[in-house]
Design a protein around this ligand. Sequence first.
Ligand code: SF4
Ligand code: SF4
Ligand code: SF4
Length: 265
Amino acid sequence: MEWTPEAEAYLKKVPFFVRKKVKREVEKYLQERGKKRITLEDLLEAKEALLSKMSEAEKGYEVSGCFGVDSCPNAIMASSHLLSSLERILEEEKLTQFLTSKVGPKLKAHHKFKVCLSECPNACSQIYICDFALHGVVKISVNPKACSFCGSCVEVCEENAIELTEFGPTINEELCVGCGHCLKVCPESALSEEFRGYKVYLGGKLGRHPRLATFLDYYKAEDIPELLRKVLYLYKKHNQKGERLGAIIERLSWERFVKELRDLV
Ligand code: SF4
Ligand code: SF4
Ligand code: SF4
């Protein structure tokens, strides 16, 4: 398609790594409307329409995971089954209908209730900006008597959480992120698994008032679906106009939200 010099000059303002894609989208949009030549006015019209389309959401929720156990050696939990059941709950709870009743038929991406899961503490799926977020974790228990003082655990721990004393290893709980790497390299039974499951975080979001998700607790995989149902119950109960969970938590206070959550049977 032909572009006027003004339209070409405007297009050059788009960052180079997305310029080709933007050009393609604009041409497609305008071709569908019978245009053969793109003026600056056409380009601005296409820009507005495409940006508005981008921000629209078909569903009132989104579920995302990381690469996971099939392709990542860091994975602690295999979570595809859990992700499917969480998605089913969001569907059963009619999140889309709930949100459209609050904000009208045109949902935007920022209205969505986001569930994010990472299979290890590296948190590749940006869990800290999601409403309901979790990552796989392992808690280590130490049996100093079985330690052969090889030092492998100290070497492998990127958090410097392990100290090898004359009595054996000690783990600093404040520093340990629960990645389980030390467990994999210990040649003895000095390190073992005390817990394998998820750390759950609530109320993360971006937007005008960004908020990182707050750590709630450790949960076994089988308890997560019930927890999500309870969180959704409170999210709906306290939702005034389609705000994100983080905004509700800020309004009520974290302490009150957690108390209400724990009081639910
Ligand atoms: S979060 Fe962990 S398991 Fe998932 S892709 Fe990232 S490193 Fe791998
Ligand atoms: S679980 Fe990970 S962070 Fe914790 S002590 Fe072991 S290697 Fe270090
Ligand atoms: S890797 Fe195991 S045996 Fe080696 S120092 Fe650490 S706890 Fe002891």
